[in-house]
Design a protein around this ligand. Structure first.
Ligand code: FAD
Length: 499
């Protein structure tokens, strides 16, 4: 048995990743660890990352965070999914919602029954069977019994980090402000032994969590693990973000609007809207991107534009020696589908599960890297789908996307769906069948066949099933309050500060 030694854990960086890590470690591990976080006010954070996905709800619950208090503190709104405009073709749109569409049978997803309905002359759209989707378009929201409404948040990530900081400090995390000037390695085993600040202060530790963002000061700067570049699959490499004043009540969904060299986001919060343009610098230059962003945003600009460059990809190792990369230091696959904060969450929970007792187990390290990379590759496939499965050929960017080679895993998923309408979820994959079905059909991949079990239903049973599901969705949506009114009542930040 390893002798238990109190771990000294050092988190380098205080962005969303750093404070999410510190808050979870401090709350879960308490006195079993000594926790220090170093951040530099002079460097600051990336200042974007506002759209999230449903697992964050559970992450907050795990930390014992009261939802209304958290939403008030972060100016958050509810998010029921993402609307994709101009991705399949210009002028067309589809919605990727959280939750389920219709009712799955254990042997076959709802899409098979819906397709059978289509063959029998039922005209209703697949969308009509999804509560979250219809609620989003009606701009309505409420918590429902048995968590029937699946949701995430649209939030101010700077405020979220500040909120988590309070929590982490109350739970015993020590914060040190200062710029890391160098990273010292132990000559014997190559582990990180200390961070040295510009002030000369040394921060020693047993385990170091690299949350220094794109700089990746520890995992790459000191340990040189290498980076897998995925630009050939995910070609966007630049973004510009700007915040604007709210011009209408916030809607409960994020918008992703494709343009001829990338896409734009709109994320409505309580007090403002987050806007940004993501683009491929090979096909659009910075000035043209900025013009396009400015010419399409609504409402008065509240911030100067934030110019960001990135290379889509992942560190070859997320855990190496005594350093774990969490957040942008571990890689980045662009903001489409809002998966970055989720990958942070997965890495932190995984690390807590594999917290070393004495010496670091290389088996833990290998397991961590394998699991984290599996997550990233699955997310990567899902993102590539949006670019590859397009009918757009109106620009060199879209022609490149449509013609690019894709991973075999994605090729198989698309071909299987096209031939059979089936999607299988492997290894606890983040995106479930409903997500793949909505995006594949939204991007124009229509199955040629459906499961024979759907034909087992008599015409009358099929009518009843489809009409019943649709009515249920329509009735539930009609009974929901307006999203903005619900937010104001439940967690209204402006109301709270005015009170
Ligand atoms: P940062 O925010 O960059 O934090 C790095 C920290 O390290 C800072 O505290 C900095 O001060 C510190 N630091 C760096 N160097 C030093 C040093 N020498 N000394 C001391 N401290 C140092 N994710 C989502 O989930 N949803 C989204 O909608 C979304 N949108 C995005 C849009 C864009 C354009 C981009 C680029 C990313 C987006 N992301 C999104 C990703 C999200 O922004 C990040 O995952 C998240 O903010 C975490 O960033 P981070 O904490 O790793 O890095």
């Amino acid at each position: 048995m390893n002798e238990y030694k109190k771990r000294r854990i050092v988190v380098a960086g205080g962005g969303t990743a750093g404070w999410m890590a510190a808050a979870a470690l401090a709350r879960t591990m308490g006195d079993a660890i000594e926790l220090t976080l170093v951040e530099s006010d002079a460097i600051g954070t990336i200042g974007v990352g506002e759209s999230t996905i449903p697992p964050l709800v559970n992450y907050n619950r795990l930390l014992g965070i009261g939802e209304a208090e958290f939403m008030k503190a972060t100016q958050a709104t509810f998010k029921l999914g993402i609307e994709f405009e101009n991705w399949k073709a210009q002028g067309e749109k589809y919605f990727h919602s959280f939750g389920l569409t219709g009712l799955d049978h254990w042997s076959a997803g709802f899409q098979h029954f819906w397709m059978h309905g289509q063959a029998k002359g039922h005209g209703a759209s697949f969308d009509d069977y999804c509560l979250e989707l219809k609620a989003a378009y009606a701009s309505r929201f409420s918590h429902l019994p048995d968590n029937r409404m699946n949701y995430a948040y649209q939030l101010d990530s700077t405020l979220y980090a500040a909120f988590l900081r309070k929590l982490a400090e109350a739970d015993g995390a020590q914060r040190i402000e200062g710029k890391i000037a160098s990273v010292q390695l132990d000559g014997a085993n190559g582990h990180i032994s200390a961070l040295v600040l510009e002030s000369g202060q040394r921060i020693e530790g047993d385990l170091f969590i690299d949350c220094t963002g794109f700089r990746a000061l520890l995992i790459e700067g000191a340990l040189h693990v290498g980076y897998d570049d995925w630009t050939h699959y995910l070609p966007c490499d630049a973004a510009i973000a700007v915040q604007t004043a709210t011009v209408r009540p916030p809607i409960p969904y994020t918008r992703a609007i494709a343009h001829d060299a990338g896409w734009q986001w709109r994320i409505p919060l309580q007090h403002r809207q987050g806007n940004g343009i993501v683009y491929c610098s090979r096909y659009l230059d910075r000035d043209a991107a900025l013009d396009r962003l400015f010419s399409t945003i609504e409402g008065q600009r509240m911030t100067e534009p934030n110019f960001i460059r990135f290379t889509t990809g992942a560190r070859r190792k997320q855990w190496h020696r005594n350093c774990i990369a969490v957040g942008l230091s571990g890689g980045f696959m662009e903001p489409l589908e809002s998966t970055s904060i989720h990958l942070i969450q997965r890495a932190i929970l995984r690390l807590i599960r594999m917290m070393p007792m004495g010496e670091i187990s290389e088996r833990d390290v290998a397991e961590f890297n394998d699991q984290q990379m599996t997550d990233m590759l699955q997310v990567r496939d899902f993102l590539i789908l949006h670019y590859k499965a397009t009918e757009r050929s109106d620009s060199p960017f879209w022609r490149q996307c449509a013609g690019m080679e894709i991973p075999d895993s994605l090729q198989q998923k698309i071909a299987l769906f096209r031939e059979t309408g089936r999607v299988f979820r492997k290894n606890d994959e983040l995106f479930a069948e409903n997500s793949w079905v909505q995006v594949m059909m939204g991007q124009g991949i229509i199955p040629r066949a459906y499961h024979p079990v759907a034909t087992k239903l008599s015409d009358q049973e099929l009518d009843q099933l489809l009409a019943g599901l649709r009515d249920n969705v329509a009735r539930t949506v009609a009974s929901l309050p307006e999203h903005h009114a619900y937010v104001a009542r439940y967690c209204g930040a402006q109301q709270a500060s005015a009170a």
